[in-house]
Write a protein that binds this ligand. Structure first.
Ligand SMILES: Nc1ncnc2c1ncn2[C@@H]1O[C@H](COP(=O)(O)OP(=O)(O)OP(=O)(O)O)[C@@H](O)[C@H]1O
Ligand SMILES: [Mg+2]
Length: 343
């Protein structure tokens, strides 16, 4: 478990104080894949770099498994850091060293014997599926392969925590997917806690079980990914979610509507087990309303399905009220749809 307690970080720039982090309180559960998302300048990199104390906080404590990292002396800190691996957006491989040499660096720094190093190297090359590139130089690798080497290097000393700062931002979508799959595998099979900084909600959606949204040095919202996706509170969170799960009815659909009565449009959200088809069928059978499905999509997060549907409900006011009560009784959340605000 990683805990940030009352963490603030100030930078002095030309006599001015810049507050990069402002009183952050956050707990990252052991074994989770925890996403930190926010726009540029929100403080994500600053926060993740505090975990291994690459930067020191101006105020507050970093507590990892009950140990106060901010209170450690230099020697203990060096030892503890071996339990934390890190990967980067631009891979940070040494260009003049081969794949094998790059992966061995952290083991050399820790004084691991040559024999043990070689054994671990083979294991890691096997794990990242790059045995055939053992003696290649970074220049000869694709972006995805470079990041795999970065991952192997980060895992060399069997860390318990893996920090990833925009680890997939320089990769194409297909390669991103395969690197994310690899990170998931590391988390599952080796029970390594992964902290992941990103500005892409689909990265959070596909791998993170928890997420914190940052803005202007503060955590503005946090929770399980399913909760945040199904009930985003803060406008910034809603904007991020909108990038993967449309919360507004697309304008072109709106324009094609026969009955331009926007008050009759509702957004239904189905969580987990509420079966969309049966609920809608029953609604049409039992209530004297006409129902028009305008737009629907769904996503699966951490094993939970979140589905949403925009419908137009036309009929007697009272009948519609009853129909909505029926939907809510079935565990469907119903809201008047936000219309036309975003394409
Ligand atoms: N070494 C530094 N010296 C001075 N200011 C800094 C330093 N590092 C970061 N900052 C400032 O702190 C704030 C947060 O920066 P940070 O790099 O943590 O943002 P970020 O969320 O990672 O952004 P991005 O998505 O662009 O990487 C920014 O205003 C930035 O300019
Ligand atoms: Mg950053």
């Amino acid at each position: 478990m990683i805990q940030f307690k009352n963490i603030s970080k100030h930078y002095q720039l030309k006599g001015q104080t810049l507050q990069a982090l402002d009183n952050i309180n956050l707990t990252i559960p052991e074994g989770s894949i925890f996403g930190l998302i926010g726009y540029s300048g929100a403080g994500k990199s600053t926060l993740i770099r505090l975990i291994n104390l690459l930067e020191r906080p101006t105020r507050g404590q970093i507590i990892i498994n009950q140990k106060d990292f901010t209170a450690l002396d230099a020697r203990s800190l060096r030892q503890e850091r071996a339990n934390i691996g890190m990967i980067f957006q631009h891979f940070n491989l040494l260009q003049t060293k081969t794949v094998a040499q790059n992966i061995e660096i952290p083991m050399q720094l820790l004084g691991v014997s040559k024999e043990k190093r070689e054994q671990r190297l083979e294991e890691l090359l096997d794990f990242i599926d790059l045995k055939h590139k053992k003696n290649a130089y970074p220049d000869e690798l694709s972006g995805g392969q470079k990041q795999r080497v970065g991952i192997a290097r980060a895992l060399a000393n069997h860390p318990k925590i893996l920090l990833c700062d925009e680890a997939t931002s320089a990769l194409d979508p297909q390669t991103t997917k395969s690197v994310l799959e690899l990170l998931k595998k590391i988390n599952k099979e080796q029970n390594i806690t992964i902290v992941m900084v990103t500005h892409e909600m689909d990265v959070i959606e596909s791998v993170c079980d928890h997420v914190a949204v940052m803005e202007a040095g503060q955590v503005i919202e946090q929770g399980s990914t399913v909760d945040i996706f199904s009930h985003p509170q803060h406008p910034t969170t809603q904007n991020f979610i909108q990038t993967v799960l449309q919360h507004h009815l697309p304008v072109n659909i709106l324009n094609q509507l026969e009955h331009q009565n926007h008050h009759s449009i509702y957004r239904l959200q189905f969580l987990g087990k509420s079966a969309q088809q049966t609920v809608i069928q029953t609604l049409i059978k039992q209530y004297d309303v006409s129902l028009n499905i305008l737009f629907a999509n769904m996503t699966e997060i951490d094993g939970t399905v979140i589905g949403q549907m925009f419908i137009q409900l036309l009929g007697e006011e009272n009948t519609i009220k009853h129909a909505i009560v029926y939907l809510e009784e079935q565990g469907v959340s119903v809201a008047q749809a936000a219309v036309g605000e975003q394409a």
